[in-house]
Design a protein around this ligand. Structure first.
Ligand code: PLP
Length: 245
């Protein structure tokens, strides 16, 4: 089932590998993104700022919440979202009003900045975070391809509110399908666990669910594979670096 000792162990080892205070293992990277966006308050008819250079799942996760992707271009150096383009875009369309930051041309709320660390190469995340902070927008990082990628002493996914990983077969490690949220925010991690396990209140026999939850947790069997795969991560990262050279 989705509750088991391998899930906890896999999460602990992800924390040890990334320096995250909390890891929450889920069924895939798309689900991890959808949950992360929901946790920072993205809801129907909001807009999320994201780069057009990514796998389709980044935009899909936005749409799964009924929100609308708002693309901001990438820059050549990092192939991640361009902080200058983000800043210029917000200056051009955004306005602060009661209830948040709004897109003047569509009337929709701008709810989140969602950069992607493409092919494990860190985006200019500190500059992107500075722009997001200046506008009071939460930062969620799609680090699906970036397990083992660090920038300035911090693992990708840990610069903003929450980051997400994927363990699909084409990623750094695989659980035969899986994903995770990384965060240093304890209350966000607790809400992620709660909402990904049907929002059931702990009780010996009664079934009380205090929100509309999801059944998103990684099965124990997949987590066991993940624990084994992590033992090979250093070798794989080294092989990737050699290929790059
Ligand atoms: C793989 C990937 C995802 C989605 O992960 P799945 O586990 O396939 O759902 C999201 N974003 C990026 C950038 C990816 O490469």
């Amino acid at each position: 089932s989705t509750a088991g000792q391998w899930v906890s162990r896999f999460e602990q080892e992800l924390c040890a590998r990334t320096g995250a205070a909390h890891a929450v293992a889920v069924t895939n990277g798309t689900v991890a993104l959808r949950l992360a966006l929901h946790l920072v308050g993205v809801s129907a008819d909001d807009e999320v700022l994201l780069p057009p250079l990514s796998f389709v799942a980044t935009a899909n996760a936005v749409a799964h919440l009924g929100a609308v992707p708002h693309f901001v271009d990438v820059e050549a150096g990092s192939v991640g979202m361009d902080p200058t383009a983000l800043s210029a875009r917000l200056e051009a369309v955004a306005e602060r009003r009661e209830g948040g930051v709004f897109n003047r041309s569509t009337g929709r709320r701008l709810a989140c900045v969602l950069p992607v660390h493409v092919f494990g190469h860190p985006a200019r995340i500190q500059e992107l975070r500075a722009v997001a902070e200046a506008w009071g927008l939460p930062l969620v990082e799609d680090a699906a391809e970036a397990l083992g990628s660090w920038f300035d002493g911090t693992h990708c996914g840990l610069f903003g509110a929450v980051g997400t990983l994927s363990f699909n077969g084409n990623k750094l490690i695989t659980t035969g399908g899986g994903g995770a949220l990384l965060t240093n925010d304890t209350s966000l991690a607790n809400r992620a666990r709660h909402l990904s396990t049907t929002a059931k209140q702990p009780h010996p026999w009664a079934f009380f669910h205090d929100a509309v939850g999801w059944n998103d947790r990684l099965p124990n069997l997949n987590a066991a594979l993940g624990v084994d795969q992590l033992e090979d991560l250093d070798r794989r990262l080294e092989a990737k670096r050699q290929l790059f050279q």
